[in-house]
Write a protein that binds this ligand. Structure first.
Ligand SMILES: O=c1ccn([C@@H]2O[C@H](COP(=O)(O)O)[C@@H](O)[C@H]2O)c(=O)[nH]1
Length: 255
C-alpha cells in the first residue's frame, strides 16, 4: 500500500512525509533472468519507479489481480509501448485478463495478453499461479517460481531455488498454503503489524497472523510487502531471524 495515505496524518504518514523512512510505493517486484525482465504487478507508481531507475523500456508484466494498486500503471506502460512502437506482453490467469479488458478496453492495441492459468516458463523459472483468499475483496492470485535444474551440478543435498510472491492474501486454506512449503523465499503482504478491524472488513494478513503462517510453512527467508500505515518501519517489531520488511529498491540474488 502507498504511504503516506493522502487522507491521513497519523505518526507513520507524517514520518513518511518528513523523514521518509516509511514512504512506500504500492507493491511490485522486477525479476531479471536470462529471458529478460519480468515486472510483477504494475501499480500507480510505475512511471515514478521507471524514472527513478532510469529505465526507458519494459517488455513483460505478470499480474496477480486486477485491483487498482496492482494494475493502474498499465495504461501508461501501454502508451510508452505505443511511442516506442513495440508490443508489451501481459501474463495473468484468464479471469484477470477478462477484467483488464473491461477496465481498460483500449490496452490490447498495444499490449498482448497471455493466459498463464496453466503456468509459464520465464528463462530458468517455472512460474505457477494459484488462487488465494483475499478477504472482503474476494480472491487474488499468488505465484510460485521454481528454478529449473540446469547443467551445473548442484552440491549434495541442495536443490534449485524456489520462491513465492503472494502480496494480497489472508486466512489461506490448507490447500492454498500447499505451494508455500519448501520455499527459499516468501514475499507476502502484511498491511498492518496487528490489524484491529473486524475480520469481515479485512483483505490482507497482518504481521502477527503472517508469523503464524510462517511457523507452519517455514520458508528460509521472508519479506513482508504491501505494508500500509499500519506498519512503522522505524519501530523494532522483534521479527524472528529470516523475516524482514521489504524496502523500496532492495535487490536479492535468487539462488
Ligand atoms: O474491488 C476492488 C477492491 C479494492 N481495490 C483497490 O485495492 C486497494 C485496497 O487494497 P487491499 O487489498 O484491500 O489492502 C485500493 O487501492 C483499492 O482501490 C480495487 O481496485 N478493487
Amino acid at each position: 500500500m502507498g504511504v503516506p495515505r493522502v487522507y491521513c496524518s497519523c505518526e507513520v504518514c507524517m514520518e513518511a512525509r518528513t523523514g521518509g523512512r516509511n514512504r512506500r510505493y504500492r507493491s511490485s517486484a522486477l525479476l531479471s533472468s536470462s529471458e529478460g525482465e519480468l515486472l510483477i504487478d504494475c501499480g500507480p507508481e510505475w512511471r515514478t519507479q521507471m524514472e527513478h531507475y532510469e529505465k526507458r523500456k519494459l517488455g513483460h508484466v505478470l499480474i496477480t489481480h486486477a485491483h487498482f494498486d496492482h494494475i493502474a500503471g498499465l495504461p501508461e506502460w501501454a502508451d510508452a509501448c505505443r511511442w516506442q512502437q513495440q508490443s508489451g506482453h501481459v501474463y495473468a490467469p484468464a479471469d484477470v485478463l477478462a477484467t483488464l479488458r473491461k477496465m481498460f478496453p483500449w490496452l490490447e492495441n498495444q499490449l498482448v495478453y497471455h493466459d498463464c492459468s496453466s503456468g509459464l516458463q520465464w528463462g530458468a523459472w517455472q512460474i505457477q499461479p494459484w488462487k488465494v483468499f483475499h478477504g472482503k475483496n474476494g480472491y487474488s492470485y499468488a505465484y510460485r517460481f521454481d528454478k529449473l535444474a540446469d547443467n551445473i551440478k548442484l552440491a549434495k543435498d541442495s536443490r534449485p531455488y524456489r520462491f513465492a510472491y503472494c502480496p494480497d492474501a489472508i486466512n489461506l486454506s490448507a490447500e492454498q498454503q500447499a505451494p508455500l512449503f519448501g520455499l527459499d523465499l516468501l514475499v507476502i503482504g502484511t498491511n498492518f503489524y496487528k490489524e484491529e478491524a473486524d475480520f469481515e472488513t479485512r483483505s490482507v494478513y497482518d504481521m502477527v497472523e503472517a508469523l503464524e503462517l510462517l511457523a507452519h510453512v517455514q520458508p528460509k527467508l521472508t519479506l513482508f510487502t504491501h505494508m500500509s500505515h499500519g506498519v512503522d518501519i522505524t519501530k523494532n517489531y522483534n521479527l524472528p531471524a529470516g523475516v524482514n520488511p521489504a524496502q523500496t529498491g532492495m535487490q536479492l540474488e535468487l539462488g
